[in-house]
Design a protein around this ligand. Sequence first.
Ligand SMILES: [Zn+2]
Ligand SMILES: [Zn+2]
Length: 111
Amino acid sequence: MPRRSARRESLEALPAVGRETDCELCLRPVARYTVHHLVPRAKGGNHGPKAVMCPTCHRQVHALFSEATLAKELNSIPLLQANPRVRQYLDWVRKQDGGAILRVRRANQRG
Ligand SMILES: [Zn+2]
Ligand SMILES: [Zn+2]
């Protein structure tokens, strides 16, 4: 397991725009989105490709993978979508309400 970098991308600092768009990862229309640097800024991706993601996807991606892994192996939306751990998350998130900002947390109760 790669050690988690101390220079993680600060999600709170990313722009959030109150306009409806589709998250590029889960493809849900969301009222608020953030911009993910596909090659993290800490790895020289400041001017690289970006993706629009809902805050839920964005948090999940950074919770699952280190910046080194994102930069090297998961630096495009199709690569992210093909990753088994991301697919598992997407299966779950697509069952949730569109646009809801969900906490990325293991459910401790099942309905
Ligand atoms: Zn999303
Ligand atoms: Zn990001």
